[in-house]
Design a protein around this ligand. Structure first.
Ligand SMILES: [Zn+2]
Length: 365
C-alpha cells in the first residue's frame, strides 16, 4: 500500500471504504441478491484493490473485516501473465481477476435471482436487449469463474465501455465510479429485470411432518422453498439439469437426480435407503424436506434456487450447464477454498460457525 497520502486523502479513503462496507452489507443482506458467501465487492483506491475475502459473507461486512487490501499493480501483473490472482493471493475472492480488470473504482458482483432467471435462458440476450436499453451493458455467455470469466469480460469491453455485465448461467456485475452510483445502477437494473415469482400451491405440512418424523430430513425454515416441489413448472425445470454452478455444491455428479421430485406414493420408509445421499427431498405436490445435516449456507442456496426457478416461465427455453461446465466449475470453485466451505467466520450475530467438513465444496465467491 502507498503511504504518501495526505491526511485529507486518508480521510476520504476511509470514508469510501466505510461506504463500501455499508453497501456490501446491504447487498449481502438481501437474499434476492446474494446467498451465503456468494457475490463480492471491491474498491480501487490509491493503487490498492480492496476486495472481499473468499468464503466470507457480504452480510457480515460491518461486523467483521471481510475486505482485504491487494496491491493493484501486482494483481494486474498476474492476469497479464495468465496467472489467476486468486492463486497468487490466498484468501482473496475467486473473482479477483474480474474486479481488477474492470476500470471502475467500485465493482459489485451479485447472484441476483431476477438476473439469473433471465441469464439461464437461451434467448436471454434478446430479452435483455429490450429491458436494458439505454444502459451500457454486455451479455457474457457462461464461462467458469476466475481468470476465464475475467478475460471474457475484458473481451466484451473491446466493443466499448460498459458498466453492466449479465453473466450467462451465473449472475450480474455492476461497475461505477463510487458506491452511491453503483448502488443506484444495481437498483435500476434490478427494477428493469424484475419478475414476479409464480405462486405455488402451499405445502402439505401434515404429510411432511409425518414423513420427517424419525427420518434423516426435516422441514425447512423457509416456507418458500416448498414451491420447488409443489409447483409442476418448477419441478419440470429442475428435472432438466443444473441451471448455475452453485447448484453443483450439492452434487459431485452432473446428473440432475438430486433435484428430481419423489412421488408421494413412494413409501417414506424406503427413503432412508433410497435417497440417503440427497440433501433435499422434493416430494411431488407436497413440499420439501431438507437434510438435518444441511448447513445454513446450503439452506440459503436452496432458498435462492426456489426464488430463481419461480421466476422462470414454463415456456422459457433453458440453457442448462453442460457436463463439462459443471465438472470445470466444481474443480475451480473447490480447488483451494474447501476449508472455508460453509464457515461464517465469527459473523452473523447468533449464527454459529459451521463445520467445514459439512460440505465437500465451497461456494463461488
Ligand atoms: Zn458469482
Amino acid at each position: 500500500m502507498k503511504s504518501d497520502l495526505r491526511p485529507a486523502d486518508q480521510v476520504d479513503s476511509q470514508a469510501e471504504l466505510r461506504l463500501l462496507r455499508e453497501l456490501t452489507q446491504r447487498v449481502g443482506s438481501n437474499p434476492l441478491l446474494a446467498q451465503a458467501s456468494t457475490g463480492n465487492t471491491s474498491l480501487k483506491l490509491d493503487g490498492v484493490l480492496w476486495i472481499k475475502a473468499s468464503g466470507r459473507w457480504m452480510a457480515d461486512a460491518q461486523q467483521n473485516e471481510i475486505l482485504i487490501p491487494l496491491d493493484l499493480a501486482e494483481v494486474h501483473q498476474c492476469w497479464q501473465r495468465d496467472l489467476d490472482p486468486a492463486e497468487r493471493f490466498p484468501g482473496a475472492s475467486l473473482e479477483t481477476a474480474m474486479h481488477a480488470l474492470l476500470p471502475h473504482a467500485v465493482v459489485l458482483h451479485v447472484h441476483c435471482v431476477n438476473t439469473i432467471a433471465w441469464a439461464v435462458r437461451s434467448d436471454a440476450r434478446a430479452h435483455l436487449q429490450q429491458r436494458l436499453e439505454g444502459l451500457r451493458w454486455r451479455w457474457v455467455p457462461y464461462v467458469e469463474s476466475g481468470l476465464p470469466l475475467a478475460l471474457a469480460i475484458g473481451n466484451s469491453l473491446s466493443a466499448g465501455d460498459a458498466d453492466v455485465f449479465v453473466l450467462g448461467n451465473h449472475g450480474l456485475v455492476i461497475g461505477a465510479e463510487n458506491c452511491r452510483a453503483a448502488e443506484q445502477l444495481l437498483s435500476e437494473v434490478g427494477r428493469r429485470l424484475a419478475i414476479s415469482p409464480r405462486q405455488a400451491h402451499p405445502a402439505d405440512y401434515t404429510v411432511l411432518a409425518e414423513a420427517s418424523t424419525g427420518s434423516l430430513w426435516d422441514l425447512p425454515d423457509d416456507d418458500t422453498v416448498h414451491a420447488l416441489a409443489t409447483d409442476p413448472v418448477s419441478r419440470a425445470i429442475l428435472a432438466g439439469g443444473l441451471l448455475y454452478p452453485c447448484q453443483a455444491i450439492f452434487s459431485n455428479s452432473s446428473a440432475p437426480t438430486l433435484f428430481r421430485s419423489i412421488a408421494c406414493s413412494d413409501s417414506p420408509n424406503q427413503w432412508a435407503s433410497r435417497y440417503r445421499s440427497r440433501p433435499v427431498l422434493l416430494i411431488e405436490g407436497r413440499g420439501v424436506l431438507i437434510s438435518r445435516s444441511m448447513t445454513s449456507a446450503e439452506c440459503a442456496m436452496i432458498s435462492g434456487l426456489a426464488q430463481v426457478v419461480q421466476r422462470i416461465p414454463a415456456s422459457a427455453p433453458i440453457r442448462y450447464l453442460t457436463d463439462a461446465e459443471i465438472a470445470n466449475s466444481s474443480s475451480a470453485v473447490a480447488y483451494r477454498y474447501r476449508e472455508l466451505a460453509n464457515e461464517r467466520i465469527g459473523g452473523g450475530a447468533g449464527v454459529p460457525a459451521l463445520s467445514a467438513a459439512a460440505s465437500g465444496k465451497s461456494l463461488a465467491s
